[in-house]
Write a protein that binds this ligand. Structure first.
Ligand code: BMA
Length: 846
């Protein structure tokens, strides 16, 4: 039997050796504990971030006193397991040093049998300042390593960027959307476990072969025994019980048990089928009494990254259970600067939002953390595939033996922890390091390599290759062989020559496209640069007013106020938003209007990109915009703000990621009508185009029956723009495209023949009705054309659609899903008081 207890209570903390002990939360961190004790103000508010940079230069200690239960104390083996220590920690039990930790991403298991007492155990965890710890390493190295997003100046360290030395979440040191809070603390659980005969240390269900008829599987069971042991091993899963006599040796070993499942229910991503899951239970039995048990939940599927030569280059797509999948989703960053503030409900809101937005993939980006188990469990349940980076981003890292050993330990542990999740689709070495360094082409990259002598350059690249071309792929091969490994995102090839680095003309590999935004290129350029797999591109916006007001006072509500500038971490960010806005939209009348307009701008930008990517299927087979979420309230590229509030972009993504979408593409005087389908069956449908003027009069009409072909692009028709417009003024018309089957609408789109800026928008009267009392339908109608109607609910939640355009005489039905803490993430409800506005309400009028 295994006995366990959680050490979650009676913790206190203080600056090491100084001052009063204060109450602490475990799991938690120094910043949040200081805040809870009113020793610092809300770190996210105003410019408070800058005032609390002293915290990371101090050492901190945490202490608790605990008793062991009689049962636990009697066990032959007693282990203390730290699921996560952030980061440089020494642990003492009853005055005895039992552990030194130096990697936030690892767990630590210590034998405490020799030091544990039944009562009054004193546990002390002492954290050394990550800053003081790592500054000498910079001295020792003798040269700086690039770390583009490390906000060392904000931390009072000048040019000394030391984030690369710590195996600690890179974004803690600041990012171009994140504050600098270099935390310390016990950030995951502390447990004591006791066992006497044997314990199961690991359970992995290896998928040897999988067809729709049979799954040939092997359970790999890690077991540790106190002494040689004989007994029975039992494995149970849906409709199957297997038993086998086993002999277990003293110490650690892996026992394998092969078995088959007939007619397995495969795991599918959202859009392609059900995300079926299986539970496997393993027991070691002595005379029918269980001595050790472990349960795991996983799914059965094959997934591979297909990189196959073709006429133009090499494909880059995921094949799930033999089906090529167009990946639709976003990049995920940690949801909080203070990770222990995360709750199950917040994780669920994010993943439910992804599924609700018709996504099938999230990329866990390399500047954050290997996510919490809850994140992956939710992705398994909601059918969201995970592109998993290792935690290295936008920097070059050291290559000394101690660092490499630490990386190995971290990689092995996290690969083993995450490999059982059916959502796991890819292991990727790092974010943007291959392209930033660009070893094989002198004049590309981020200008890093040019700062070094040839000798140091070669050394830095050799260190890079050691980790990303040797250590990590070897670990993936050994522990997670079913999943492919890709050394860096983006990358074009694995050739070890100039073809390796991704550029905007690459016809293989994945691509990060930033010429729109960082490169100030017009939004239309999203249509010009389409790679095989668009793993990053993005466009910023502000959060909505409610969110801005959590960090700024009424008087600070202007772009140039110190607080607003502080909550914009991309130096050129505000300027870029303004420049793009001037190009495409009328001037907003005030600050709230500016926030609204920034949402529309961002949504229109990313919609343009997504549709261009999807229209290039199967040349392009994936699109993940930057970025899904935020770690604090800030202006950023996110589609959902820190509080989980959907920006206009989240709704645009939902619409553009539908399994079947209409694409209306205007190239000069020609209009191309296409339909992109990710469905696996052909669908009979009809498409209708109607040109309306802004009073709702029909000016032109087109109808056609279309067979929407499965998993491809169907070209429907090509039109001359002037044949559609004829005499009408392009500033005063909207072209509505509707795709329907006999019984339901598949998609609806609006196309305009001019920039939004030039549309004649009158202030509409928008009315809201609740036609039936019980079904929560909201009916929105307008008396004149309304652009981007924003429904703002009193309650927290999302609408079925929002920021939509509306033609007079054609009311739109929407529903509201309230964010819920109960059984479901989102529940059909009444939105409470509704505020309804549209673009005409926000533009400046003379
Ligand atoms: C990409 C990301 C992040 C960054 C974003 C916006 O390159 O990988 O490093 O936050 O761009 O600049």
């Amino acid at each position: 039997m295994k006995y366990s207890m959680n050490l979650a209570d009676n913790w206190r903390f203080r600056q090491t050796g100084e001052g009063e002990w204060l109450q602490a939360k475990v799991p938690g961190c120094v910043h949040t504990d200081l805040w809870a004790n009113n020793k610092i103000a809300d770190p996210f508010y105003g410019t408070n971030e800058l005032d609390i940079q002293w915290i990371d230069k101090a050492d901190w200690e945490y202490e608790t006193i605990f008793d062991l239960t009689e049962e636990l104390f009697q066990q032959k083996n007693l282990e203390m397991i730290f699921a996560g220590l952030d980061t440089y920690a020494d642990v003492y039990l009853n005055g005895q040093h039992i552990l030194s930790a130096d990697n936030m991403f690892c767990s630590w298991k210590v034998d405490i049998k020799p030091y544990a007492k039944k009562q009054g155990n004193q546990l002390l965890v002492s954290f050394r300042s990550p800053i003081k710890e790592d500054l000498p390493k910079l001295e020792g190295l003798g040269y700086d390593l690039p770390a583009s997003n490390d906000h060392s100046e904000d931390g009072g360290l000048g040019e000394k960027r030391i984030s690369i030395f710590a195996r600690k979440a890179p974004y803690h040191y600041g990012w171009d959307w994140g504050p600098r809070f270099v935390t310390s603390g016990i950030w995951k659980t502390v447990q004591i476990i006791g066992w006497t005969e044997l314990q199961i240390t690991d359970l992995f269900i290896r998928q040897d072969q999988l067809t729709s008829q049979t799954a040939t599987l092997t359970a790999e069971i890690g077991v540790e025994a106190e002494q040689e042991w004989q007994g029975k091993l039992r494995l149970e899963t849906e409709g199957l019980i297997l038993e086998k006599a086993v002999q277990v040796q003293r110490g650690n070993q892996t026992i394998e048990l092969e078995f088959t499942l007939e007619n397995p229910k495969l795991w599918w991503c959202r859009g392609l089928g059900e995300p079926n899951l299986y539970q496997f239970k393993v027991n070691f039995l002595q005379a029918e009494e269980s001595l050790a048990e472990k349960i795991i939940r996983t799914g059965l599927r094959t997934i591979r990254l297909v990189r196959k030569e073709d006429e133009v280059g090499k494909s880059f797509y995921f094949e799930l259970n033999g089906v090529p999948v167009f990946a639709k989703g976003a990049n995920h960053i940690p949801n909080d600067s203070f990770l222990t503030n995360m709750t199950y409900e917040r994780y669920r809101h994010e993943i439910a939002s992804a599924a609700e937005s018709n996504m099938n993939m999230l990329r866990v980006w390399g500047g954050g953390i290997y996510e919490d188990d809850r994140f992956y469990e939710l992705c398994d349940e909601y059918g969201i595939m995970v592109w998993q980076d290792f935690m290295f981003a936008c920097s070059m890292y050291p290559g000394d033996q101690a660092f490499l050993a630490n990386v190995k330990r971290e990689a092995k542990e996290n690969v083993k922890r995450l490999r059982s999740h059916p959502s796991l689709a890819l292991w990727c070495g790092n974010n943007e390091m291959d392209s930033a360094w660009a070893h094989y082409i002198e004049n590309i990259g981020w200008g890093w390599k040019q700062a070094y002598s040839q000798e140091i350059r070669d050394k830095i690249w050799a260190d890079y290759e050691e980790i990303f071309h040797k250590i990590l792929p070897n670990i993936v091969e050994e522990y997670s062989p079913e999943i492919d490994y890709w050394p860096s995102s983006p990358m074009s090839e694995l050739t070890g020559d100039e073809r390796q680095h991704s550029t905007y003309t690459s016809t293989s590999g994945d691509m990060h496209y930033w010429d729109v935004w960082h490169g100030s290129k017009p939004l239309e350029d999203y249509k010009k640069v389409v790679g095989r797999f668009m793993s990053e591109y993005g466009f910023q916006s502000f959060p909505e007013l409610k969110t801005v007001r959590t960090y700024a006072e009424e008087t600070e509500l202007e772009l140039a106020s110190p607080v607003m500038l502080h909550h914009q971490k991309n130096g050129r960010g505000n300027q870029l938003i303004k420049e793009y806005m001037e190009q495409y939209y009328q001037e907003p009348k005030d600050f709230p209007a500016f926030l609204y307009m920034s949402h529309i701008l961002q949504a229109d930008a990313i919609k343009t990109a997504i549709e261009a990517h999807r229209a290039h299927k199967p040349y392009c087979m994936g699109t993940l915009y930057w970025q899904m979420n935020d770690c604090w309230p800030v202006a950023s590229w996110s589609s959902m703000d820190y509080y989980g509030r959907w920006k206009a972009l989240q709704y645009a993504a939902k619409n553009s990621y539908r399994d079947i979408v209409i694409i209306v593409e205007q190239i000069n005087d020609q209009l191309n009508l296409k339909i992109v389908s990710d469905k696996l069956q052909d669908i009979k449908s009809s498409i209708q185009l109607t040109l309306y003027d802004f009073s709702g009069t029909e000016l032109w009409n087109y109808n056609k029956d279309v067979l929407v072909k499965s998993n491809t692009v169907t070209e429907v028709d090509i039109f001359e723009v002037n044949k559609i417009l004829q005499e009408s003024n392009p500033n005063n018309v909207a072209l509505q495209a509707t795709l329907e089957t006999v019984n339901h609408q598949l998609d609806q789109k609006y196309h305009y023949f001019t920039k939004t800026k030039d549309l004649f928008l009158e202030i509409p009267q928008i009315s809201i009705e609740y036609p039936k009392e019980d079904d929560h339908t909201i009916l929105v109608s307008t008396n004149t054309f309304a652009k981007n109607i924003w429904l703002d609910a009193e309650r927290e939640g999302i609408f079925s659609d929002n920021y939509f355009d509306l033609i007079p005489g054609i009311p739109k039905k929407v529903t509201f899903l309230a964010r819920d803490n109960g059984q479901s993430a989102l529940v059909l409800e009444n939105p409470g008081i509704l505020t309804v506005q549209s673009m005409a309400d926000f533009v400046k009028r003379d």
